[in-house]
Design a protein around this ligand. Structure first.
Ligand code: GLP
Length: 255
């Protein structure tokens, strides 16, 4: 368990643009230093700035994603790539096609499998067989979820199907202004699998996340706020926040 000495890292930046640059730097370093790295990237609105920065660096030939394996973080159950609500498709449209990633480099959650449980276990095993992800970049859900590890998710949870809270369904449906129906079940990489990553970046921006970030970083770790488990990763965890998201943190934590 966590010791009294904090050994995870927190960097607070002036604004979301600067935080996105810092997160993009970590992605670039991982991709440049390691041959055939395995990385996970979040969906949502938070990473869009980081995606633009990475796309610009690829256009300037500063980074090359051609030998990177992308392991998707989550997907709605029963949803395939051609569905407008697909998170894999969302990541493809928002980033992957812009950085020259080919479909065969993308490992999508097997969320349409006949045996979802066996397929989720196989997906998890494919990650652990590689010694864990080289890098997991995560966003922070308004209720403290990471990927789709909703409140109640334990530190040792593995890739599985999970029921989404009404709050998360409505958050997701707001991306489409309520025009599409969001399934109430998703498959997500588990917290335990994420904790085995060699490096974890939690990217959090905006004042709306200030209170949940405070809970994740300052309250005792627990399943009520799944992101709090990330502190178990110790020095492998880098929290990257802007000043607004960090505005509720105590001086002790924010430094
Ligand atoms: C979504 C995703 C998460 C994401 C989070 C925050 O539901 N499943 O991967 O990090 O919610 O989204 P946003 O960045 O839009 O606040």
């Amino acid at each position: 368990m966590e010791t009294s000495v904090r050994n995870w890292n927190l960097a607070v930046f002036r604004d979301a643009g600067a935080a996105s640059e810092a997160a993009a730097d970590v992605v670039a370093t991982t991709v440049q230093r390691k041959s055939n790295p395995a990385i996970s990237l979040p969906t949502g609105s938070t990473p869009l700035g980081m995606f633009d920065i990475l796309s610009a660096r690829v256009a300037r030939s500063e980074i090359d994603f051609s030998d990177v394996d992308i392991f998707c973080l989550d997907e709605y159950v029963g949803v395939s790539l051609d569905d407008p609500t697909s998170l894999t498709r969302w990541l493809w449209d928002a980033l992957l096609h812009r950085i020259g990633v080919k479909p065969e480099q993308v490992h999508a959650l097997p969320s349409t499998a006949f045996d979802l449980s066996a397929a989720a276990t196989a997906y998890d095993e494919a990650i652990t067989a590689r010694g864990g992800l080289d890098l997991a970049v995560l966003g922070l859900g308004p209720n403290g979820h990471i990927g789709y590890n909703e409140p109640g998710s334990e530190a040792d949870s593995r890739t599985r199907v999970i029921s989404l809270t009404p709050e998360s369904v409505s958050q997701a449906s707001s991306y489409w202004e309520g025009a599409v129906s969001i399934p109430d079940k998703a498959m997500t990489i588990g917290v335990g699998t994420l904790l085995e990553s060699k490096r974890i970046v939690l990217l959090v921006t905006g004042g709306a996340k200030a209170e949940i970030l405070r809970r994740a970083l300052e309250e005792p770790m627990g399943a009520d706020v799944p992101a709090s488990w990330l502190r178990l990763a110790g020095s492998r965890l880098q929290v990257v926040a802007d000043e607004e998201a960090a505005s509720s943190l105590s001086k002790e934590v924010a430094g």
